[in-house]
Design a protein around this ligand. Structure first.
Ligand SMILES: Nc1ncnc2c1ncn2[C@@H]1O[C@H](COP(=O)(O)OP(=O)(O)O)[C@@H](O)[C@H]1O
Ligand SMILES: O=P(O)(O)O[C@H]1O[C@H](CO)[C@@H](O[C@H]2O[C@H](CO)[C@@H](O)[C@H](O)[C@H]2O)[C@H](O)[C@H]1O
Length: 444
């Protein structure tokens, strides 16, 4: 029963693999009519020994609720066959999400703890609406006041999305949505409540619109077109520099050897070649870039975003905000919590500027070789211009030292290699984007 429900959810990471539910545990319950029951579900992947934990908040009703048919998980208790109550995914039920909001104001006596930070009067009258965009977790918007993100795949221990937002909120950062509180049970972080950014537009969407404007004006250069993105790219660079500075001040700085970073990158490259054999032709030249990194004795590391790209940035009337500090979802939590070089985040953004023109071109099929040539020149120009604006602004007056350049080059290659595997598995028609990136980055 739960298996078929999971298999159809966008947020379930085990789609396409053979799995079964090997355990369920009730973490706590609160509210009435419906009662919200928070279930922890253990998923095991056949023949691999891999196991994952998923959070399933349920709205439990005595009678079937037709309006929630699409969110039916099954009968409750879960092993009741015919005479049990009815359990629905709580995220989709306005009455259940109202219990969540109320619980932040009046914490219930329950295994589920609701922690609230001072400084914001919650609008307790706001209705909960499930977020309809693409995401790996499940968010509920409470009017124009707050957003509750419930984590789906959970791991015991600290969730960096909460702890990083907490530190940045307390430091007064203007580049994140303020953290209002979080939900936890045992040693699990289950969700977080944040400021709703009412005037936000997705950075990826704005970048695509800018490229479309450029392609529509074949004779003009990027800087001559109305939708030029370079000043936004520069503001993003400054925002990231400020966030990194605040994270350094709050979490501190450590050091690691360049050799340890280079080893990890080489290992990831070897694993990636096994998935994307076309990468093999660039392996030797990529290794030379990693060797340069290995020669650095000491590399500063700190808390970073960990998975930064244009889709993790929001432009509001008050400037750029960064969202989703959870790190790369595929990495184990322990790895995501390790301090890393801030150049990883810079590299993620630089790669995103390469992606945008290709994504637009892919959505505008064209046979005329002249138009195609013109577009490819413009695409290159757009990416180059925005990479340059972002980087110049991130580095500020200090500019880019030789050591910075060595680090950045290695991190950008590492990210493009990661993207090759990501695209091969998720969007094979987009594989040429990161492959072209690896080719360019490793060219002499
Ligand atoms: N505080 C916020 N206010 C408004 N929209 C937000 C906020 N935080 C995130 N979003 C939107 O929700 C999307 C998903 O959020 P994100 O934190 O990336 O979720 P996930 O971890 O599930 O991928 C973002 O791409 C952004 O468009
Ligand atoms: O946002 P997620 O944490 O789920 O990140 C994963 O998916 C991203 C795609 O949605 C992927 O990003 C890649 O594609 C983006 C365009 O869709 C592009 O802007 C990024 O630069 C590129 O890396 C990300 O790598 C992956 O981890």
């Amino acid at each position: 029963m739960i298996e078929s429900f999971l298999a159809q959810r966008r947020w379930f990471g085990g789609k396409g693999r053979t799995f079964s539910v090997t355990g369920t545990r009730e973490l706590g319950r609160f509210g009435a009519a419906p009662e919200v029951v928070v279930l922890l579900v253990e998923v095991s992947y056949d023949g691999t020994g891999d196991r994952e934990l998923y959070q399933l908040p349920l709205a439990v009703y005595d009678e079937p609720q037709e309006r929630l048919d699409h969110a039916l998980v099954g009968r409750w208790p879960i092993d009741a066959v015919e005479d049990g109550a009815f359990a629905y995914d709580a995220v989709h039920d306005r009455a259940a999400t109202a219990h969540y909001l109320q619980a932040f104001a009046t914490p219930p006596a329950s295994g589920i703890r609701f922690v609230r930070l001072p400084g914001h009067d919650l609008d307790l009258t706001a209705h909960g609406t499930p977020f309809s965009g693409e995401q790996s977790n499940s968010s509920v918007l409470f009017g124009e006041d707050s957003v509750l993100k419930l984590f789906r795949k959970v791991t015991p221990g600290e969730n960096p999305d909460i702890t990083t937002h907490q530190v940045l909120t307390e430091a007064g950062s203007t580049h994140v949505a303020q953290l209002y509180g979080w939900v936890e049970a045992d040693d699990l972080h289950l969700g977080m409540l944040q400021q709703f950014l009412r005037t936000a537009s997705d950075g990826w969407d704005i970048a695509l619109a800018s490229v479309r404007d450029l392609f529509a004006e074949a004779d003009l250069h990027a800087e001559e077109v109305g939708g030029d993105f370079a000043s936004e790219a520069a503001r993003l660079g400054l925002a990231l520099a400020e966030v990194h500075e605040q994270l350094r001040a709050s979490f501190g700085v450590g050091t690691v050897t360049g050799a340890s970073l280079a080893d990890a990158m080489s290992g990831r490259l070897t694993a990636a070649v096994a998935v994307v054999p076309e990468l093999g032709q660039y392996a030797e030249r990529a290794a030379a870039r990693f060797d340069a990194l290995a020669s650095l004795e000491s590399v500063p590391v700190q808390r970073i975003h960990g998975d930064l790209h244009l889709g993790q940035t929001l432009r509001t009337v008050l400037g750029w905000k960064l969202v989703d500090f959870e790190g790369e979802p595929a990495k184990p939590l322990a790895e995501r919590l390790l301090p890393d070089s801030p150049w990883r985040d810079v590299a993620g953004m630089l790669r995103s500027f390469d992606y945008a023109p290709f994504a637009v071109a892919e959505a505008m099929p064209e046979d005329d070789p002249d138009v195609l040539h013109q577009r490819s020149v413009r695409a290159d120009e757009w990416a180059r211009r925005n990479r340059k604006a972002f980087l110049a602004s991130y580095c500020g007056e200090a500019g880019l030292s030789d050591t910075d350049r060595t680090l950045l080059t290695a991190y950008v290659i590492d990210k493009a290699v990661y993207e090759c595997v990501y695209e091969a598995r998720n969007r094979p028609t987009w594989l040429p984007i990161p492959l072209a990136g690896v080719a360019r980055l490793t060219a002499d």
